[in-house]
Design a protein around this ligand. Structure first.
Ligand SMILES: Cc1ncc(COP(=O)(O)O)c(C=O)c1O
Length: 406
């Protein structure tokens, strides 16, 4: 008899954003006149930049002519894109990363969740708390996390590293036995916090000393505005010996609907004497058939002079929204953080409300949707995430309503 993968049964309840979607739908059905503003889910709202649209059109035309038609992409992605990434994202920042170490994919969610497949099931994992849920859930599905403890809101075999106001929402090095796989995401979703270079260097040193691998998610690096914040973990000395990095074009250039991302694995990176690059190459070759040619051409356009200027403007637009949210809430007496190097504002709920109580209150009184911090992990309780990805007009209206009605 066929048996299901019962690891999936250990996933608690619904995916956070499905629960939010259901609550908002129910509210709107009951209040059809309500003008609900969504500052919850992290999706972009600005259209693709003209330079990217131009590249897409040209690539579509190429697909319509026999001489320029493209079928399956090369396993690791087209060299024209990998060379641009290596030069602009890494070598220009002094990071020793070559095009051969870059694996193009259709986005970083898949990469962040699939990467655990190349590691042994008996590896222990450590995650920030609160955390982007994909790292934990993908390990649950693989059977690496143990049972879910409902009271604690946590899996028994996962090391949760609290990110609190006291530590600036960047975790301390774990005490005791070192975890094998350490997921770090900076600038952080959901808190918007960053890790300065000297602190990230401590993590790299720790991982190298203990034989741990850091899985570094840099999906929001394009939002960094401060000088001493690293854009890549490979800016730290020794990171080639202990780190894999994930990047996405989603928030950098508005590709959430186009789909493009990449993973960097140094060719000499090893886990217990086994090189990881060939394992990921094998996985990529066996289970994945490449991001579409037209999308990789669109990705290439991000690195032209005009493309870079246009996406800089888009990011500035979102970061102005972040400033409006941050300053608006702070002057209204909220305790807020994030929003300077990331499009996320992390606020403490007033009057010790739970995250979900604040969600319900915000929805019903201000008709604004945000994301309850507790959905990202136990340490997110009493916090709430707002995103800067809305339109300017809606962002201003949402903050006015919060200031007037809450
Ligand atoms: C931290 C983090 N990593 C990865 C992703 C996934 O990005 P992509 O759209 O490339 O799958 C997201 C998307 O919200 C994210 O917040």
């Amino acid at each position: 008899m066929a048996k299901a993968n019962d690891n999936y049964l250990r996933l608690p309840g619904n995916y956070l954003f499905s629960t939010i979607g259901k609550k908002v739908r129910e509210y709107q059905e009951a209040h059809p006149e309500a003008d609900v503003i969504r500052l919850g889910i992290g999706d972009v709202t600005q259209p693709l930049a003209p330079e990217i649209i131009g590249a897409l059109h040209r690539a579509v035309d190429e697909m319509g002519a026999a001489e320029t038609f493209k079928g399956y992409a090369p396993d690791l992605g087209y060299a024209f894109l990998r060379e641009k990434i290596a030069a602009f994202d890494y070598q220009s920042r002094g990071c020793d990363i070559s095009p051969e170490e870059i694996f193009i994919s259709d986005g970083s969610k898949c990469d962040c969740s699939n990467i655990q497949e190349i590691f042994s099931l008996d590896n222990t994992i450590a995650v920030c708390d609160p955390v982007y849920p994909v790292y934990v859930d993908s390990n649950v599905m693989a059977g690496r996390t143990g049972l879910y403890d409902t009271a604690a809101g946590a899996y028994r075999d996962v090391v949760y590293m609290p990110c609190t106001a006291q530590n600036g929402f960047a975790p301390e090095l774990p005490q005791g036995k070192a975890p094998d796989l350490i997921y770090l995401c900076f600038p952080n979703n959901p808190t918007g916090a960053v890790m300065k270079k000297d602190r990230l260097q401590e993590w790299v040193d720790y991982a190298n000393k203990n034989g741990s691998i850091i899985l570094y998610d840099a999906a929001y690096e394009a939002y960094i505005s401060e000088e001493d914040v690293p854009h890549s973990i490979y800016e730290c000395e020794g990171a080639r010996g202990c780190a894999i990095e994930f990047r996405s074009f989603s928030k950098t250039a508005g590709f959430t609907g186009l789909r493009l991302g990449f993973t960097v694995i140094p060719e000499d990176l090893e886990a217990d004497g086994v090189r990881l690059w060939p394992l990921w190459a094998r996985r990529h070759g066996t289970k994945y058939n490449g991001a579409p040619y037209i999308v990789q051409r669109a990705g290439e356009a991000v690195y032209t002079d005009a493309g870079r200027a246009q996406i800089r403007d888009q990011i500035a637009y979102y970061m102005d929204n972040a400033r409006i949210i941050y300053e608006g809430l702070q002057s209204a007496g909220y305790e807020v953080s994030g929003g300077v190097n990331a499009p996320y504002i992390w606020l403490r709920t007033p009057d010790n409300m739970t995250s979900w109580e604040f969600f319900d209150s915000l929805l019903s009184k201000a008709n604004v949707v945000g994301t309850p911090g507790s959905g990202f992990g136990p340490a997110g309780e009493h916090y709430f995430r707002l995103t800067a990805f809305g339109t300017k007009e809606n962002t201003i209206r949402a903050i006015e309503r919060i200031r007037e009605r809450m």
